[in-house]
Design a binder for this molecule. Structure first.
Ligand SMILES: [Zn+2]
Length: 137
């Protein structure tokens, strides 16, 4: 019996549909690392899944990811404007600078409620998209 050499996907988890499927690997970032650290050290329920986005979920993922990125920028701008105003009004008193920084952090945490990590896009895929854009399609 010949067994086809296949990548083991039993440990894969699509972050959208939650199924064990092949897909684009999710990039590690500090949010994911923090969640992992928390699960490993505090709640002790680390699953060690290999997080991916499967092909079927990619469009949905892209939408959510764009939403998250936009929201993050929006909250950051609001936070910075608010902090600047606060510092300006208080003529740069130390507590208001501290409060301003805190506001930026709190708004940043709010943006994480719609958190969607980045995925690794294979190089040939990027090249393909670039070629397509060049041809003006
Ligand atoms: Zn999926």
């Amino acid at each position: 019996m010949k067994k086809a050499k296949k990548l083991d996907i039993s440990n894969n988890r699509c972050i959208i549909c939650g199924k064990a499927k092949p897909g684009l690997a999710v990039k590690d970032d500090f949010v994911l690392n923090s969640i992992r650290w928390f699960k490993h050290n505090i709640t002790k329920n680390e699953k060690g899944y290999h997080l991916v986005v499967c092909k079927e979920c990619y469009l949905k993922y892209q939408k959510e990811r764009n939403k998250y990125v936009k929201r993050q920028i929006f909250y950051l701008i609001i936070g910075i404007l608010f902090a600047m105003m606060l510092i300006f009004v208080s003529r740069g008193s130390l507590p208001s600078i501290g409060f301003g920084i805190l506001m930026v952090l709190i708004l940043y945490v709010f943006s994480l409620f719609s958190y969607m990590p980045a995925v690794e896009i294979p190089k040939k895929f990027i090249k393909m998209i670039k070629e397509r854009d060049k041809n003006g399609e």
